[in-house]
Design a protein around this ligand. Structure first.
Ligand code: FAD
Ligand code: NAI
Length: 475
């Protein structure tokens, strides 16, 4: 006998679990299936984000930042900290505990919202009576049916051809978040978001980190001025980043990993490291879903094909998050999950792709929303720019962290904010104001006229908005 639901969600990452909760809030009878196992084999809902992504990486970034502060910056405050040591095992155990708290939190939220959770793999069996039969395999073997299905099966790390992940020496994000002791030499391929965040963690803890990047420009998607400022800071910290390389043979041996590559000048090079993180992007995951069995359309990258409303080619089947087009971000997945649940309930859920913020949690943090200066130029948009350095912000001086700036880009004619770009302390938090402003179609003058608390980093945002009109007060 199959169990009947209104909605079945496959995957309990940020896309899936949030969709399940919102659908339940809207009165639907919801099942959510997820196969992730913790070390003891138990359910660990939360997906990549909770288990091997956003949450554990931020835990390690925090620990390693404390360590760096104790070693390098406490002295500026008159604090003597001698013999500062890092217990890597304890740091990893703390990270694991943070992850577990989040896993447990999701199980609690499922109970609270009456979402029925199944721990196992979900796959399509067939279309039945205006809906779908879904098989759950794993500890519990079940057959479920529902009129509506949300596919939220996420993504996996992309491997370099000929260098499969062994998670001992050649590491994906999984292994990079579980290194047991600080490697002397760490190699990273790809200076994208993961490369910079994980490279920063292990550099702060004492590893000699070299990042090899294929593209000739650093962080090409980031506003050029901001990327330049960030690169300067990373160079100063000793994070070695080589751009424009071409990776050749990667060989893991007893002593470590050797990487043959050509540098930007075309010269043959070799890098020997103890461990290598490969962070060259992620691929959508539909393994085991039996998409082909029911005719669910995938594109050439393996992503589920959806329209602007996250509808697939099959009636009643939706897909959200990393498994579909668009940025691979947890908050994008969540917003899509909410929007789909609301559309299923006859409401008008919507995701505004123009106001999705990006954050890179390095030090300095990098955050942005909207278009970059180079994009505006390419689009032929006439704009005004205003910047304000943290060096001139009282709170940043008090914190002892004055790297970076806030940058506003506004339409030359209407003054509507087109993009906000930040590199500096707490950029991840500061960007929220810019997102709200853009969502409400604010002008830079709107922000410039709002009272911001003093002393706060947010005053740099106000001042950058004032700078658009060339009337900063503190610079
Ligand atoms: P996922 O989180 O991948 O979840 C999919 C779930 O589906 C998994 O639990 C999987 O086990 C399950 N599943 C798959 N197939 C099946 C099946 N057939 N049956 C049952 N279950 C199945 N994003 C941010 O916004 N901020 C960050 O700071 C950030 N940091 C990151 C750091 C790292 C190291 C990585 C790798 C990613 C990071 N991301 C970050 C990206 C973020 O993790 C993803 O965008 C997000 O997890 C996508 O959510 P999702 O629900 O689409 O998929
Ligand atoms: P990424 O797309 O951010 O960066 C990959 C980098 O690798 C790019 O710079 C690319 O040019 C380079 N590259 C690709 N192939 C290469 C090759 N063969 N040789 C050398 N360089 C190569 O991907 P990443 O860092 O793997 O992260 C995946 C995704 O996870 C991100 O795009 C993001 O969506 C998400 N994420 C988000 C975070 C956040 O929001 N703070 C943190 C970490 C990940």
């Amino acid at each position: 006998m199959s169990k009947q639901f209104d909605v079945i969600v496959i995957g309990a990452g940020p896309g899936g679990y949030i969709a399940a909760i919102r659908a339940a809030q809207l009165g639907m009878n919801v099942a959510c299936i997820d196969e992730w196992k913790n070390a003891a084999g138990g359910a660990a809902p939360g997906g990549t984000c909770t288990n091997v992504g956003c949450i554990p990486s931020k835990a390690l970034l925090q620990s390693s930042e404390h360590f760096e502060h104790a070693n390098l910056h406490f002295a500026d405050h008159g604090i003597t900290a001698t013999g500062v040591k890092m217990d890597v095992a304890k740091m990893i155990a703390r990270k694991d505990n943070v992850v577990k708290q989040n896993n447990d939190g999701i199980l609690y939220l499922f109970k609270k919202n009456k979402v029925t959770f199944f721990h196992g793999r979900g796959s399509f069996v067939k279309a039945v009576d205006g809906g779908y039969e879904i098989k759950v395999t794993g500890k519990a073997e079940e057959t479920l049916t529902a009129k509506q299905v949300i596919v939220a099966t996420g993504s996996n790390a992309r491997a370099l051809p000929g260098a499969a992940f062994d998670e001992e020496q050649i590491l994906s994000n999984d292994g990079a978040l579980a290194i047991g002791s600080v490697p002397k030499k760490l190699g990273v391929i790809g200076s994208g978001v993961i490369g910079l965040e994980m490279g920063s963690v292990w550099r702060r803890l004492g590893a000699d980190v070299t990042i090899l990047e294929g593209l000739p420009t650093f962080l090409g998607a980031v506003d050029e001025q901001i990327a330049k400022e960030a690169k300067k800071a990373f160079d100063k910290q000793g994070l070695k980043i080589e751009l424009g390389v071409k990776i050749g043979e990667v060989k893991a041996g007893k002593k470590g990993v050797s990487i043959a590559y050509t540098n930007a000048k075309g010269e043959a090079q070799a890098l020997e490291v103890d461990k290598l993180i490969v962070s060259i992007g992620r691929v959508p995951n539909t393994t085991g879903l039996n998409a082909e069995g029911v005719g669910l359309k995938l594109d050439e990258r393996g992503a589920v094909v959806v329209d602007g409303d996250c509808k697939t080619n099959l009636p009643g089947v939706w897909a959200v998050g990393d498994v579909v087009r668009g940025p691979m971000l947890a908050h994008k997945a969540e917003e899509e999950g909410v929007a789909v649940a609301e559309r299923m309930a006859g409401q008008h859920g919507h995701v505004n792709f123009n106001t999705i913020p990006w954050v890179i949690y390095t030090s300095p943090e990098i955050a942005w929303v909207g278009r970059t200066e180079q994009q505006l130029k390419a689009d032929g948009v006439k704009y005004k720019a205003g910047t304000f350095p943290f060096l001139a912000n009282g709170r940043a001086r008090a914190l002892g962290d004055t790297t970076g700036m806030v940058k506003f880009l506004a339409d030359a004619a209407t003054d509507e904010i087109l993009g906000v770009h930040i590199v500096g302390p707490m950029a991840s938090e500061l960007i929220a104001e810019a997102v709200v402003a853009m969502e409400f179609k604010a002008s830079s003058e709107d922000i410039a006229r709002i009272c911001h608390a003093h002393p706060s980093l947010s005053e740099a945002t106000k001042e950058a908005a004032l700078a658009v009109d060339k009337r900063t007060l503190n610079f």
